[in-house]
Write a protein of this length. Sequence first.
Length: 493
Amino acid sequence: MAADGHSHRDTDVVIAGAGPTGLVLALDLARRGVRALLLERAGGLFPGSRGKGLQPRSQEVLDDLGVLPGVLAAGGPYPRMLAWEGTERRGEWDMVERSEPTEQVPYANTLLIPQSRTQELLHARLTELGGAVRFGAELSGFDQDEDGVTVGLAGGGTIRAGCLVGADGGRSTVRRALGIGMSGETVDPRPMLVADVRIAAGAVADRDHWHVWRAPDGGVALCPLPGGDGLFQLAATFEDAAAGVDTTPEGVRALLTARTPLTADEITDVPWASDYRARAALADRFREGRVFLAGDAAHIHSPAGGQGLNTGVQDAYNLGWKLAQVLLHGAPAALLDSYEAERRPVAAEVLGLSTRLHRATADGEATRRGKEVQQLGLGYRDSALSVDTRPKAPGDTLRAGDRAPDGPYHGARLFDLFRGPHFTLLTIGATAAPPYLPPSVRTAGLAACAPYGPGVFLIRPDGYVGWAGTHADPTLGTYLTTVGLTPAEVTAG
């Protein structure tokens, strides 16, 4: 895959699907100067609350992309769970473990925010950077060759691009066209309903709790959504695997009045509803030639633990900088092999977690979501892009492939230093930066910084330690070439 700039192409990358994954990828590419065309077959952004939890690692990504202030303003903490029997309260508990921020982890808690609002903020930021979504544009097929991908549109016409990314959901047209299978299982054969419902003030379902009722034919959970407009996310289960799920506003009202003390006139609106069965599935491959899969097109999760949307965001964040380095900056095409090598094992691990949480909850366990769902501990130590020349150390020592923690930096934060599309070289202690770094690598020195310890650390654009050593030995230069960075004179940042 040659780096030939914008020649003979309509765009550099076509992205199918303007969900969170597609929007994050388009946004990341836009700030790197990569032309991306984002296609969405629907007439607008997704309108519902579906993926309502942003994990701490995703908040770090959105910090880097310039979206986090709006997200924090629109979101809020998860409320405590409250179990009911009719109109009688039966106990409270925290489903989501709460932590205090630290210097290394500034965003310590899962944030509650409807998926629709997250997408609106991503779309607004994309527009600021000159990007756009082409709504009502459905991909009908594609052909790829050694020079690019020709994408066909359902309404007629074609687009020539360097690469295609399928971020078009669990029923991905791109994945099916590639003939890539998915291996997985039905996590729960029982049908489920998820909906947004507006409940009148003064009803038994107050906005301070996440309410739960259990009934012989299935449970109901009502989670108040931030925004102050009376909106709740409804999640309902059906004990009968053959039960039909009525997603009409009338059907949703009937379910709530049958299983809770709410009356029909207290349910003032049902803006969105959908039914599903919980599945866990992983695509056999995440890439074929110039075509990539990301988000739900590559892995389908149970909603338990809030992992699906967040894993898709991480896919996009991993892929964006690599596409830019290959398409625009001369990195070897082999760099793109690392996308599947890094992301597929992570997706498999996260799928296992969400499946375990779903089944434990279905069995009646009050499972608390702790650090295991925050995605801060996920990394790429086994990746070919993780090179650590230091002697082996205890397992909790920061290594190449780990998330690069935040920390103080001359009155500011390391995350302020990392923010942007560049690589960053940190020198901790007396070690000096080498003189051959390209201008696109930002450099910074500190006398000490926990938990990095003394040494030299090259931080990838996606916030992971790529290369680490006690000093800048020749393998650092080799690493720079691998990721498309041509050695040149150093510039301090």
